[in-house]
Every structure is written in C-alpha cells, then in structure tokens.
Design a protein around this ligand. Structure first.
Ligand code: S3P
Length: 175
C-alpha cells in the first residue's frame, strides 16, 4: 500500500469508528489518531466540558482546526472522527483531498443499542435524553448528515463491519 495513506473513518456516533480504527491501524501497522482525543489534548478539557463551557460553535471551529492539522501530518495513519466532523465547514472536502474517507453505514438500531449501553455519558449531544428521545435525535442527525457521509470514498454497510472487510475494500480501491 502507498506511503502516507490517511484512512479517515466517518459516521454516526456509536457506529464503531474508534474500535474499527484501532483494529485496522493495528493490522496495517499504522498510527491511530482519534479526533476527539486530539481536541481534548489541544484544549485540555473533556468534550462535554468544551460543549458546556464554550458551546457547540466553539467546538466545531476547534474540531475543524484540529482536523486540518491532523491531515497535514507527514505520515500514514488511521483517524477516527467525531460523528459531526465531516458535516461542518469544508471538512469533508478536506478529508477527501488528503485522505481516504470510509463511511461506517451502521443501522440506527445497532447504534441505539451501543449508545444506550452506557455510551451516552461522554456524548454531550445525548445527555439527559431517554431512549425514545435518543432514537428521534439519531434519526434527525442522520437525515442532516447523510449527504456528507455519502461523499466518502468507501462505504461499509451492515452490522458486521470488520477490519478484514475494510482491508479488502482498500485493496480494491488501490488496485
Ligand atoms: C459528536 C460526536 C462525538 C463528539 C462530539 C460531537 C457529533 O464523537 O465529537 O460529542 O456531533 O456527532 P463520536 O462520534 O465519537 O460520538
């Protein structure tokens, strides 16, 4: 595979970007970065705290800046992004210019199952919501975001997305 390949995972919160990111990076021997972790490192505050103290607008500007700096790194890596990252500013265009974007197209049922299994606390957009409200919120978010996600160069659909499947898609991509 080519040098300095940047694989960028996009998709809804709870679609498994971080888990798949670690697996694929491990298999390819690439570094793994998580955009939210890079944001926390840059700001010295947790994501919920950034939302609470400074608001979503501030978070989105920070997210775009950290994303564009990450994509300028002179190395091969896998980057898992926050669910909203491709949908603000020119982020999806920049991702596609500099990397290979991969959309994890997981069903809302599976996302809901993951989010309600204790994954809500670290996600400010879902805090304080009941399961039914989370479902409605997810449906709304997906309909607003799907056009951005669909711009990804590779789309993996279904509920059993694996590192092996992504590797075979990447090989087809480079063929
Ligand atoms: C967000 C998703 C989160 C995080 C932030 C906003 C979103 O990341 O970036 O809370 O707008 O969907 P995950 O996709 O890892 O939950």
């Amino acid at each position: 595979m080519k040098n300095q390949v940047k694989i960028v995972l996009v998709g809804m919160p709870g679609s498994g970007k971080s888990t798949l990111g670690k697996e694929i990076a491990n298999k390819l021997g690439f570094k793994i970065y998580d955009l939210d972790d890079l944001i926390v490192k840059r700001e010295g505050e947790s994501i919920p705290k950034i939302f609470m103290d400074k608001g979503e607008g501030y978070f989105r500007r920070l997210e775009s800046n950290v994303l564009s700096d990450a994509l300028d790194r002179d190395e091969a890596f896998v980057l898992s992004t926050g669910g909203g990252a491709p949908c603000y500013n020119e982020n999806m265009e920049i991702i596609n210019q500099k990397g290979i974007s991969v959309f994890l197209d997981v069903s809302l049922e599976q996302i809901l199952e993951r989010l309600t299994k204790g994954e809500v606390a670290k996600r400010p957009l879902f805090q304080g919501l009941e399961t039914g409200e989370i479902t409605l919120k997810l449906q709304d978010m997906l309909s607003e975001r799907i056009d951005y996600y669909e711009k990804a160069k590779i789309k993996l659909s279904g509920d059993d997305i694996s590192a092996e499947l992504l590797i075979s898609e990447l090989l087809t991509f480079f063929r």
